[in-house]
Ligand binder design. Structure first.
Ligand SMILES: [Fe+2]
Ligand SMILES: [Fe+2]
Length: 227
């Protein structure tokens, strides 16, 4: 037999050596892990600092120009308006006669809740506190909607005609506001904010379209049949 075959392989570790190698490997992995985690924490801290600086820069940019101030003011105005619209939808959805209109109002109530959260996200993105500013226009429109509802009979389709017209007045106010705000956001270089506002604008336009459809397909005809 060749002598070479009898000799144990020089580089192969014994069992105890193997476990030492493994535990040394483990140790190495742990250290690398700790190091990586430390780097990660450092990175997230740096990221946080970067975001804070970004928001502070954004905040001072908002108050630097008259247009920036106007934009912020208009956001506070629509933030107030959306909260009032949500309250009104919660009341009015129970007053509609047709199930179709009740559902449409209920859906828009949920959409409005999301729009309020979206506005809060916009304020945060701009580094500003979410504040409401009294909006006389929406208070006036909603007061008129209430009166129109009161002046129609409970359970009638004319009641639905009134609710649809009133709601469309609200939608058109919102469409005008968001349409303008999207363009101002683009002008001020707030692309992300413009995208968020545009999502809301699309939702308001869809609601307006749906209300027109409900009126033209059923409600107006049914109301015309009433005494
Ligand atoms: Fe809205
Ligand atoms: Fe709306």
């Amino acid at each position: 037999m060749d002598q070479k075959d009898k000799t144990p392989e020089k580089n192969a570790p014994s069992k105890s050596e193997e476990s030492t190698v493994i535990s040394m490997e483990d140790n190495k992995t742990d250290k690398t892990k700790i190091k990586k985690e430390a780097v990660k924490t450092d990175e997230s801290d740096t990221e946080k600092e970067k975001n804070n600086t970004k928001q502070q820069n954004m905040k001072s940019k908002n108050s630097q120009t008259d247009l920036g101030k106007f934009f912020l003011d208009a956001l506070q105005d629509i933030y107030y308006a959306e909260a009032k619209i949500e309250e009104s939808l919660a009341k009015i959805k129970h007053k509609a006669t047709s199930e179709e209109l009740q559902e449409a109002l209920e859906d828009h109530e949920l959409v409005t809740k999301k729009q309020i959260l979206r506005l809060e996200k916009i304020f945060k993105h701009l580094g500003e506190e979410a504040k409401k500013k009294k909006c006389d226009a929406i208070d006036g429109i909603l007061k008129e909607v209430d009166e129109m509802v009161k002046n129609t009979e409970d359970g009638s389709m004319t009641r639905d005609v009134a609710i649809i017209i009133g709601s469309q007045k609200v939608e058109h106010y919102e469409i005008a506001t968001y349409g303008g705000l999207v363009q101002i956001a683009i002008t001020l270089g707030h692309e992300k904010v413009a995208d968020l506002l545009e999502t809301t604008l699309d939702e308001e336009e869809e609601t307006d379209f749906l209300l027109t459809e409900i009126a033209e397909e059923h409600v107006n005809f049914d109301a015309a049949e009433e005494k």
